[in-house]
Design a protein. Structure first.
Length: 256
């Protein structure tokens, strides 16, 4: 059964018996008088909030989003767990959606960096010369390393993007896949036009296959660890090399 988020704010009237005992997310208790956390103020937060508050909000948001889901967590709950004034969340991230995007964006930055290199002339030149493999391979390798280092990402994406109504689906597609997919498709088309990939491939199907190979093992890690032992895929490098070899055998043009 899915964990329920803690109650938002103070209860009105006499709460039901099931809600009298509140679940506090994480180790930080609710703000109380004398806690040292100032009351919310209008306008720009006071100086001294700085990077510590930003980092605390990111850490608290990740913990709560992973545990309860995006929709079930309020901005005030995140601020409470972070131990900062709620106005700082709006100040640093322009709201809960901006904070959620930043949590995922920071974790996925190596993937974005690899994707940005897809269209660079030196990447294409190296691929044409057979040095360093296809640029798309580096994007997949970056993605798999990110998933191995952040095992919370696959489950979060399934719950918030794929399952049911996917409350964060539209925003996720806009913020992440739509930024990377056009670059990846262009890279695959370029490899086909240059004769490195065999003719007749549908770049969209190639990309879907690549994503499946990159994501599914980490999404199914709890099952695979039961089958193959704890720590399976903890080091992603053997699987990255395996995926690269599989793709090359499947996609590369046959040489006469």
């Amino acid at each position: 059964m899915k964990n329920k988020a803690p109650a938002r704010g103070a209860a009105r009237g006499t709460p039901p018996a099931a809600r009298r005992r509140r679940v506090q997310p994480g180790p930080v208790p609710r703000r109380a008088k004398g806690s040292g956390v100032p009351p919310r103020a209008r306008g720009r937060p006071a100086k001294g909030s700085g990077l510590d508050a930003r980092a605390a909000l990111l850490a608290a948001a990740r913990e709560l989003f992973v545990r309860y889901g995006y929709r079930a967590v309020s901005a005030r709950q995140i601020a409470r767990l972070a131990g900062v004034d709620p106005s700082l969340l709006a100040y640093h991230f322009s709201g809960k959606h901006g904070l959620y995007r930043e949590v995922l964006g920071l974790a996925l930055e190596p993937v974005f960096a690899a994707a940005r290199s897809l269209g660079e002339p030196d990447a294409r030149a190296k691929a044409d010369a057979g040095d360093g493999g296809e640029p798309i391979e580096r994007v997949l390798a970056a993605y798999m390393r990110v998933l191995a280092a952040n095992p919370w990402i696959p489950g979060l994406i399934v719950r918030e993007v794929l399952v049911g109504g996917g409350g964060y689906r539209a925003q996720f597609v806009r913020d992440f896949p739509s930024q990377i997919a056009p670059l990846a498709l262009e890279s695959i088309r370029g490899a086909t036009a240059a004769g490195r990939y065999r003719a007749g491939l549908d770049p969209r199907l190639v990309l879907v296959s690549c994503i499946g190979m990159a994501v599914m093992p980490f999404l199914g890690a709890p099952v695979f660890e039961k089958l193959f032992g704890d720590g399976f895929l903890r080091d992603p490098e053997p699987y990255i090399a395996h995926t690269r070899d599989m793709l090359r055998h499947a996609l590369q043009a046959r040489r006469p």
